[in-house]
Design a protein around this ligand. Structure first.
Ligand code: WTA
Length: 650
């Protein structure tokens, strides 16, 4: 039996039983699951934890390598099964099908490239690559030799790359020369070269040539992927790692200017992402009730449209699906190229059975003509997924009716970079779905709602709303923030005693289903991307004409939330369209195009409390055109500015 099958729950009753066991006897519960994986040595202690420090350790003393679980162990039975199907940006270019055996060989060989270039266990390697199989190969190669990967989304700007490289002192950078996203070329190597001016720790840059364009190379430092591969041995035994050794660092936004390098460790991350992948999506399992193609003999094709630069791609394009031995699709392009039917064209072409995307994409696609959907055969689809932000009712129904044709369950998966894996979600075809609800916690997850006073709202079969916290550790939770454990404690473990605070608000119905209502802190989710307001404000404030700024989110019909900037200028500066454009440009250059504010309003002053804190609540209301209930503004330091801001609102 494959590992995936041994992990899958098969009915609502089995889910309930597993959930109960996971709460009553968590260690026994996780022991039984972890035993399904390949370990060099079994762990001595399942769990040690203390949320006051905070410290969490899973499977201590266990020895393993995650790539042996993703690759080596499949070779016997699944060696010839397709591991990755790669779909290029340009539909005229050929797809690539890479079997588990081929992927094993490619990863081993590239692991030797890393070694030949001086990378050792524990070294940090930054990866800034487009969505090509080599990105997955590079990350798995790091894991093979025990190096720590830090992937930076290839839409980030050079200063964002540099600050992430410097934060964790990366020794190597792996990138590609350029890539096409839609009809636009993205010059990745140029972006890297700019970053590399300020990254003293990087000794080597490996460059994958994705296009034939000439690539500027710095002799001694920059090396081509293919040339290095020629010199590398084929075989690379996996480094035997401790369960609590670091697998990767992934940066996420926070409420200060500095991104947080979330640290994930090997054993718990592997166990949890694989377990949740197997159960939420139910790939290659019996066909869930009511779904199509029950007799189709082909194995499932799972496609998550996220970028590997985000946690969704780490956990549910690469590690989870590969450890489960499933075929995973990687798409290089964008949903709108060559037209807005591209996703559906790919589902049709590759016989995709599981399709996992973000509400922002669904909303953008729902605005297009239905002909773009209906001209493709979507009969292969069995399960649909949603991730990254709350899915609104309209988008949920459009997805359900037009893509799932009413009989593919939608798994609305709530989780975070920090949680490593899916926390609250239906299990496809097994537990009930409910529009706009992430529904029930996965086994092992103990969510709680907290009230205004910081007290737990007990579950007594009544509807309630509050802030979402988790009161017991789970295997894939981030262990710390790289280089700043105090910040980890402050951000996640100080809001409530002995609990992990998620930063999200949530509603719970009378049967215990959760619906996530959105962030309650200074993080704004734009098109499913997590953006901190502070770094954007810092970028704006760097403009010489700007005195101060405040960023808030406002509702947007495609992005979900878009950014609204309130900006005050230094004396004698003129707030015109030219300056607006420059401010947006500045944000784009410092952080990336995704962080550009949609609206920039020049204001005389920002509303502040007497202690000098910007009252974002008021700004949020004005940006959302909801000024009926601004609350008492008379206690502000400068109540007059509110009227001016309202009158000139965009
Ligand atoms: C939001 C993405 C509602 C939430 C995996 C969370 C969601 C933040 C959902 C984490 C969902 C994610 N429903 N909200 N299904 N999934 N979120 O770290 O606010 O990029 O805290 O991880 O996205 O974003 P991150």
């Amino acid at each position: 039996m494959e590992v995936r099958e041994t992990l899958q729950l098969r009915s609502f009753a089995e889910y309930k039983e597993a959930y109960q066991k996971s709460v009553e006897n968590p260690e026994e519960f996780w022991d039984a699951i972890a035993e399904k994986f390949y370990w060099h040595k079994k762990w001595d202690k399942t769990l040690e934890w203390d949320f006051t420090k905070p410290e969490v350790k899973w499977f201590q003393g266990g020895k393993l390598n995650i790539t042996e679980n993703c690759l080596d162990r499949h070779l016997d039975k699944l060696g010839n099964k397709t591991a990755i199907i790669w779909e290029p940006n340009n539909p005229d270019e050929e797809s690539r099908h890479i079997t588990y055996r081929q992927l094993f060989v490619k990863v081993s060989r590239f692991a030797n490239v890393l070694k030949n270039n001086g990378i050792k266990k524990g070294d940090r390697v930054c990866i800034y690559m487009p969505m090509i199989p080599e990105l997955a190969i590079a990350m798995l190669a790091c894991a093979r030799i025990g190096a720590i990967h830090s992937i930076v989304f290839a839409g980030f700007s050079s200063s964002a790359i540099a600050s992430r490289i410097n934060d964790s002192s990366c020794k190597m950078l792996i990138t590609a020369n350029e890539v096409y996203r839609g009809s636009k070329p993205v010059k990745l190597k140029e972006m890297c070269d700019e970053a590399l001016k300020n990254t003293p720790t990087v000794q080597t840059v490996i460059v994958y040539r994705r296009t034939v364009e000439p690539t500027p190379m710095t002799p001694g430092r920059d090396k081509f992927w293919f040339e290095e591969l020629q010199k590398a041995e084929k075989e690379c035994p996996a480094e035997v790692m401790d369960a609590e050794d670091v697998l990767f660092i992934l940066y996420t936004s926070g409420s200060t200017g500095k991104p947080k390098g979330m640290v994930h460790t090997i054993g718990g991350y592997m166990v949890y992402t694989t377990y949740t992948f197997a159960n939420v999506f139910q790939c290659d399992h019996f066909a869930p009730t009511g779904v199509k193609n029950q007799s189709k003999p082909k194995s499932d094709v799972y496609w998550c449209t996220a970028d590997i630069g985000w946690i969704t791609g780490h956990s549910y394009i690469v590690y989870g699906p590969l450890a489960a031995g499933v075929t995973t699709v990687m798409f290089e392009g964008v949903p709108s190229y060559p037209d807005y039917g591209r996703f559906w064209e790919i589902c049709d072409k590759l016989d995709v059975t599981h399709f996992y995307t973000a509400p922002t994409a669904i909303r953008a696609l729902a605005k297009q003509s239905l002909d773009l959907v209906n001209k493709h055969d979507l009969n292969s689809l069995k399960v649909l997924g949603s991730v990254g932000e709350p899915i609104n009712d309209e988008a949920w129904h459009w997805y359900n009716d037009n893509i799932g044709k009413g009989n593919s369950p939608i798994v609305d998966t709530w989780w975070q970079t920090e949680t490593g894996g899916i926390m609250i979600s239906p299990l496809a075809g097994i537990t009930p779905t409910r529009p706009t609800f992430a529904t029930l916690p996965l086994p092992g997850i103990q969510p709680v709602l907290m009230d205004e006073e910081g007290k737990e709202i007990p579950f007594k079969s009544q509807k309630s709303e509050g802030r979402l916290a988790i009161k017991y550790p789970w295997p894939s939770m981030a262990r710390t923030i790289y280089g700043d454990h105090q910040r980890y404690k402050d951000v996640y473990f100080s809001a409530y005693d002995k609990m992990y605070f998620t930063g999200d608000g949530a509603y719970r119905d009378a049967t215990g289903n959760y619906r996530i209502t959105g962030r309650v802190d200074d993080v704004v989710i734009v098109s499913g991307h997590n953006l901190g307001t502070a770094p954007i404000e810092n970028a704006i404030n760097e403009h010489l004409s700007v005195a101060e700024s405040a960023i808030v989110g406002f509702p947007h019909d495609i992005k979900g939330t878009a950014l609204y900037a309130y900006v005050t200028l230094h004396e004698n500066q003129i707030g015109d369209d030219e300056l607006r454009a420059k401010i947006r440009e500045q944000v784009s250059n410092t952080i990336g195009p995704i962080a550009k504010p949609d609206k920039v309003q020049f204001v005389e002053g920002l509303p502040k409390t007497r202690s000098g804190k910007i009252m974002r609540r008021i700004l949020r209301k004005i940006a959302s055109k909801d000024t009926s209930n601004l609350g008492d503004t008379s206690t502000l330091l400068n109540p007059d500015v509110v009227k001016d801001i309202m009158e000139n609102a965009l």
